[in-house]
Design a protein around this ligand. Structure first.
Ligand code: HEC
Ligand code: HEC
Ligand code: HEC
Ligand code: HEC
Ligand code: HEC
Length: 204
């Protein structure tokens, strides 16, 4: 057997035995494993989330402006960078080199060709607004908040350099979270429901 076949065979066997190993509730995980978890492509400019969202403590939505009011969170235009990098030129040589790329793009009216990191299949409907603003999040003390934090699904992005995918974005991931929250809502007496068996909610 060649190596590629062996790997596929291993994943198939492992993939299909997972629900059995983990118990019936994870039956939705029957699928080829989505190998994109931890995907972190190299970007044209080594943008640092750690620096901007961590050290400078910028709000995620300063750059990803449409997360709370539309389907897509959005990738910032280079004019957003210009808000600061018109004046901020960088202290170290590396910073200066990288900031120069940002500034040149802006001054030439070009955009930075960021590579897409997350990419659920086209037949899946996912909406940021629902999750970031409309869904109810119940914290450990039982307090109810509007929406989940970005970190719930994207991990501690404020510690990352360029973006890195934190979850596998499989159907099992979505459905298990929905099922967990439906249980929490029921316990808390909140009339909310996240789709589990309604296939057409996510596949429209
Ligand atoms: C709120 C202000 C602000 C915004 C908006 C901003 N930056 Fe920055 N950025 C900074 C500051 C401050 C530094 C630190 C510069 C230094 O002192 O070296 C920095 C540093 C950088 C660096 C250098 C980091 C390194 O060490 O290599 C890059 C590259 C960079 N920014 C890219 C961007 C890009 C791309 C955008 C837009 C998507 C952006 N910045 C938006 C304030 C900002
Ligand atoms: C952190 C938990 C969590 C994860 C992960 C999650 N969801 Fe949800 N989702 C919810 C909750 C809670 C609701 C209910 C929102 C409400 O109506 O208050 C919801 C609602 C929805 C809805 C119905 C509302 C709408 O936008 O039409 C869809 C569709 C949906 N989610 C799709 C997805 C998909 C697709 C994924 C995976 C790619 C996913 N969700 C991942 C928690 C989650
Ligand atoms: C319930 C889980 C969940 C939450 C909460 C969430 N995201 Fe996402 N995010 C996803 C999924 C799933 C995708 C992939 C969507 C796709 O490929 O269409 C994604 C994609 C993205 C993308 C790239 C594509 C796009 O939509 O523009 C950005 C940027 C992003 N998220 C930023 C954020 C920010 C910022 C927040 C908080 C304000 C946030 N996300 C909250 C699940 C989530
Ligand atoms: C100063 C602007 C800025 C801030 C603040 C910022 N980001 Fe980003 N983000 C970017 C840029 C530029 C990219 C594209 C390059 C990359 O992939 O890292 C990006 C990419 C992403 C992606 C991947 C998009 C894709 O293609 O799938 C996610 C998810 C994301 N950011 C989440 C966050 C979260 C969560 C926060 C807050 C903790 C945050 N970002 C704060 C500028 C920013
Ligand atoms: C909460 C959202 C959600 C619901 C509800 C949902 N799906 Fe999915 N489904 C997904 C996501 C996300 C994927 C993409 C998985 C991937 O890319 O690996 C997917 C993938 C699939 C696939 C492709 C094979 C696979 O596993 O990747 C099929 C077939 C499918 N779903 C059928 C269904 C059926 C039938 C139902 C109803 C019982 C359903 N889905 C309900 C989110 C959902």
């Amino acid at each position: 057997m060649n190596a590629k076949l062996a790997v596929i065979f291993f994943f198939l066997t492992f993939g299909f035995s997972m629900p059995v190993l983990l118990g019936f509730r994870d039956v939705y995980d029957i699928q080829l494993p989505n190998l994109h978890t931890y995907y972190q492509p190299e970007q044209p400019i080594p943008f640092s989330h750690r620096w901007h969202a961590g050290v400078l403590n910028m709000d995620c939505q300063y750059c990803h402006t449409s997360a709370d009011h539309s389907r897509h969170a959005g990738i910032p235009n280079v004019s957003t960078c210009w808000n600061c990098h018109e004046k901020v030129l960088g202290k170290t040589t590396t910073a200066q080199e990288n900031i120069t790329k940002v500034r040149n793009a802006y001054l030439k009216g070009e955009s930075v060709e960021w590579k897409r990191v997350h990419n659920v299949a086209d037949f899946v409907y996912f909406n940021h607004q629902t999750h970031v603003r409309i869904a109810k999040f119940i914290d450990e003390e039982g307090k109810v908040h509007d929406g989940f934090s970005c970190q719930t699904c994207h991990g501690p992005m404020e510690n990352a350099g360029v973006a890195r995918q934190a979850e596998n974005l499989s159907m099992g991931w979505c459905v298990n979270c929905h099922r967990d929250w439906n249980e929490k809502y029921e316990k808390a007496g909140i009339e909310r429901f996240a789709p589990v068996n309604a296939c057409d909610a996510c596949h429209r």
